[in-house]
Design a protein around this ligand. Structure first.
Ligand code: S5P
Length: 264
């Protein structure tokens, strides 16, 4: 099946080239899974990517949790991910003024040089997005921003009004490819989708096939429900890297997400 047949209006309405890249890759792998590779070592990351690479579409990292980080070692993570055709998504959650976000895209981790996508909070206003975009432009790369419109964690402060204001920021910037939504609540995802329309993606963490609750306030919903409610990518961490057989787990999440998309 062609991506436009699978994704329908989303394919036509999302203008960002990286949104199309993701949708195409999802069709090739029959998977909407974004691996949340929350491990503290480069060896662990490379090993995990090798096991699950065929079943996941993007790699989400927290580069600042890697112990004994060096750019030289990090390149092996990037190369392994690229060998599996994974988009690179640094979950940096930028939240400062535009000029600082721009410089934070460089620095020791030099996120601008390898990440295709990053997350940002909208709390500081729209210029955080422009700062991030300016950093990519400075190294002649194209990237996309996912704004946190909702969160999966218990007691978070992202009110409905905050979500609405975040969507205003996102809909008026060509650099915003989409939003992070609360994967643990199909009702919240449906609400977000109704407001976001077809022209932006919604990616959802807070999904797990077996658990309802994670540690330290993380909440989970079923990944199939999230996709049926309007999510375009399920972000899965512990459900895969915490499993005894990460390859088999990744395959199960891929099948669930793909079947739900076909249903939708
Ligand atoms: O609201 C959020 C936003 C994000 S990006 N809730 C989240 O859990 N995340 C991220 O998704 C979080 O940083 C982690 O990397 C992943 C969820 O991991 P899991 O182990 O609970 O599946």
């Amino acid at each position: 099946m062609q991506p436009y047949e699978v994704w329908g209006e989303r394919w036509r309405a999302c203008a960002h080239p990286l949104a199309h890249q993701f949708m195409e890759a999802a069709c090739e792998k029959q998977s909407l899974v974004v691996l949340a590779a929350d491990l503290p070592s480069v060896d662990g990351l490379v090993n995990l990517i090798r096991q699950v690479g065929p079943h996941v579409t993007a790699l989400k990292t927290h580069v600042d949790m890697v112990e004994e980080y060096s750019m030289r070692e990090w390149r092996s993570v990037i190369a392994t991910a690229q060998s599996h055709n994974l988009m690179l998504f640094e979950d940096r959650k930028f939240a400062d003024i535009g000029r600082i976000a721009q410089t934070q895209m460089g620095g020791m981790y030099d996120i601008r040089s390898w990440a295709d996508l990053v997350t940002a909070h909208s709390v500081s206003g729209p210029d955080v997005v422009d700062g991030i975009a300016a950093a990519w432009e400075g190294v002649q790369r194209i990237g996309g921003v996912l704004l946190l419109a909702q969160m999966s964690s218990r007691g978070n402060l992202l009110s409905d009004d905050y979500t609405d204001r975040t969507l205003e920021v996102g809909s008026s910037s060509p650099h915003v490819i989409g939003y992070i939504g609360n994967g643990s609540s199909p009702v919240e995802i449906e609400g977000l989708r109704a407001k976001a329309g077809e022209g932006r993606m919604i990616w959802t963490p807070g999904v797990n096939l077996s658990a309802a609750e994670g540690v330290l306030g993380q909440r989970y919903g079923h990944p199939g429900d999230a996709v049926r409610a309007g999510s375009d990518a399920i972000i899965v961490g512990s459900g895969i890297h915490g499993s005894e057989d990460p390859g088999a787990a990744a395959r199960a999440y891929a099948e669930t997400s793909w079947n739900a998309l076909l249903e939708r």
